[in-house]
Design a protein around this ligand. Structure first.
Ligand SMILES: NC(=O)c1ccc[n+]([C@@H]2O[C@H](COP(=O)([O-])OP(=O)(O)OC[C@H]3O[C@@H](n4cnc5c(N)ncnc54)[C@H](OP(=O)(O)O)[C@@H]3O)[C@@H](O)[C@H]2O)c1
Length: 359
């Protein structure tokens, strides 16, 4: 298959840079356009990520590929989407609301932003969890008379939780979910990002709009398609989202009330077996397992577990019964927020949609 030409919009940001790190040498996709705000337009990528004082603000652990370093960055508002086969968009929600429909009129858009996540004809994909929601893409194209479509990935905090809830929902049924997150600083991006003086030696107990997103998205992702729309899962989800002085990797403490009593070994087994059909597709960015269960009582930890499977694995540990909930279990998870939770998760969606003929 010929490589698809892709644009990364918001390429200079934290999530955008992860697209570059993950797409260098990709077997399906070739970056032909980088775009960002007017601030970066006309500069080379290296110039655009270099501060006035001369500091290069390349965020990723992987080196910046020379082929991207010298590419010119376009103004996203001026970029012609007909020049590419696919757009990866990683801009803040207000900019996404304006830009993404303009791109989608011509070309499929896979987005990390929340702007369109809650619209009736827009699925929120998690690879391996809800591929059946791809049906909505044809509905969206028809409703909006677009050649392309918009499909956002979930909020980075929703990602790990929905991934671990799906096998529980399928095997045991879910009555209710409670979750407290300890979220990494990179999740706030660079503009404005998290100020060091606020977060060092501290925990911030509020992330604006985050809890509502996690609650609503989890129900939508785990919902069913009924008459061209998603009927959200009926169980309530209650979240408290906090920011902690960790660079990458969101930790989440999850309590689930199940529909029936279950042995902890059954829960672990459901997680270990999860996603086999999806993984059998052999997509380039897919890890060997979607969920890893650790028996070490001191894991998962963001520093030690976020990079499991190249940042694509959700690691679960401290799995116990919970005496306070009906048929309760509780666990701790770690999920990489800028990899599976943003760029690499979006690339895995693109690989699936390309292989299944949607792009
Ligand atoms: N960071 C994460 O872990 C994470 C995870 C999941 C989802 N997300 C979502 O991904 C999106 C980007 O987040 P981020 O963390 O990468 O933010 P960021 O580091 O602040 O980067 C923002 C990017 O958007 C560009 N931009 C800003 N205004 C623009 C405009 N009017 N037109 C075109 N481009 C514009 C910026 O370009 P300039 O450099 O030119 O200003 C930059 O490339 C957000 O919607 C966020 O919620 C982030």
């Amino acid at each position: 298959m010929r490589k698809l030409k892709v644009a990364v919009v918001g390429a200079t940001g934290v999530a955008g840079q992860q697209f570059l790190a993950s797409l260098s040498g990709h077997p399906y996709f070739e970056i032909t356009t980088l775009a960002a705000s007017p601030r970066s337009a006309g500069k080379t990528f290296t110039q655009a990520i270099t501060s006035e004082a001369g500091a290069c603000q390349w965020f990723c652990a992987e080196p910046l590929a020379a082929e991207f370093a010298r590419m010119k960055v376009l103004d996203a508002a001026q970029f012609d989407p007909t020049t590419v086969d696919l757009v990866f968009a990683a801009v803040e929600s207000d900019a996404a609301r304006e830009l993404e429909p303009r791109f989608a009129r011509a070309t499929p858009v896979i987005s990390t932003a929340s702007a369109y996540r809650y619209e009736e004809d827009v699925p929120i994909f998690i690879p391996g969890v809800n591929q059946s929601h791809a049906e909505l893409l044809a509905v969206q194209r028809k409703n909006r008379d677009w050649r392309g479509f918009i499909t956002p990935v979930p909020n980075c905090t929703t990602m790990g939780m929905a991934m671990t809830l799906k096998p529980l929902q399928a095997a045991f049924g879910i009555r209710q979910v409670l979750m407290t997150s300890l979220q990494a600083c990179s999740g706030a991006g660079r503009s404005p990002g998290v100020v060091a003086l606020d977060i060092i030696d501290n925990v911030i107990p509020y992330i604006p709009k985050e809890e509502e997103k996690v609650q609503r998205e989890t129900q939508k992702i785990l919902g069913q398609i009924v008459e061209n729309r998603i009927e959200p899962a009926a169980f309530p989800v209650s979240a408290t989202c906090t920011r902690v002085p960790v660079l990458e990797g969101h930790t989440e403490v999850v309590y689930v009330s199940l529909e029936r009593p279950v042995a902890i070994e059954e829960v672990k087994s459901a997680w270990r077996q999860f996603g086999a059909d999806f993984l059998a597709l052999g997509l380039p960015s897919a890890p060997a397992h979607l969920i890893e269960v650790t028996e070490d009582p001191f894991r998962p930890q963001p520093r030690r577990d976020r990079d499991a499977g190249g940042g694509m694995v959700t690691t679960v540990g401290r799995v116990r019964t919970d005496p306070a909930l009906v048929n309760g279990i509780k666990y701790v998870l770690v999920s990489h927020n800028t990899k599976m939770g943003a760029a690499k998760g979006a690339i895995l969606v693109a690989e699936y949609l390309a292989q299944s003929g949607h792009i």
